[in-house]
Design a binder for this molecule. Structure first.
Ligand SMILES: [Zn+2]
Length: 176
């Protein structure tokens, strides 16, 4: 299972949104407002660090490690703010679910696809709750506007539209 491949079962979508809503509540985000990824990191007591060297974001986005019993999230500073937000959320979701701490070795991060998908999709659901995506689609809000308001890329917004089974409606609406 790739990180972004729908379809997911109804139960799995509920699982994702339930956990995403728990995280949103912990960060003091309302049911449908933007989520501040850095505020959520602070709730976890996570320290944010940036790679000291320039690395292509396609090679490395982020990882979570533990130092002195405290989580440290290492991010690539070359990422866009939108990419940084979802990366930070993904790493916080690994902590939330208690996924094993990632090890950095020659092959990169060692996670199963299922764990990667759970963390990434929960992070996406926290940044863009189902209710926000559905409202945007049915009220014909511009995707770029919604993406900007919620600190995500257009690609992430459209991924959520697909995951939530609203893609045909979304496309029909654009053609109208
Ligand atoms: Zn991950």
């Amino acid at each position: 299972m790739a990180k972004t491949d729908p379809p997911f079962t109804h139960d799995y979508l509920e699982h994702l949104q339930r956990n995403a809503d728990t995280l949103r509540a912990r960060a003091g985000a309302g049911p449908d407002g933007p989520l501040d990824a850095f505020a959520l990191a602070a709730v976890f007591g996570a320290r944010i660090e940036y790679l000291p060297v320039e690395v292509d974001p396609s090679d490395f986005s982020g990882m979570v490690i533990t130092r002195g019993g405290r989580p440290v999230i290492v991010l690539n500073r070359s990422m866009s703010p939108e990419r940084r937000n979802i990366t930070l959320l993904e790493e916080l979701c690994h902590l939330h679910y208690g996924h094993p701490v990632e090890e950095w070795d020659g092959q990169g991060r060692q996670h199963t696809n299922a764990v990667e998908s759970e963390a990434y999709q929960t992070g996406a659901a926290a940044l863009l709750p189902a209710v926000v995506v559905a409202k945007a689609v049915y009220k014909n809000r511009g995707a770029a506007d919604v993406a900007r308001e919620y600190g995500v890329s257009m690609e992430l917004f459209e991924m959520r539209v697909k995951v939530l089974g609203l893609w045909r409606h979304y496309q029909g609406r654009n053609a109208a």
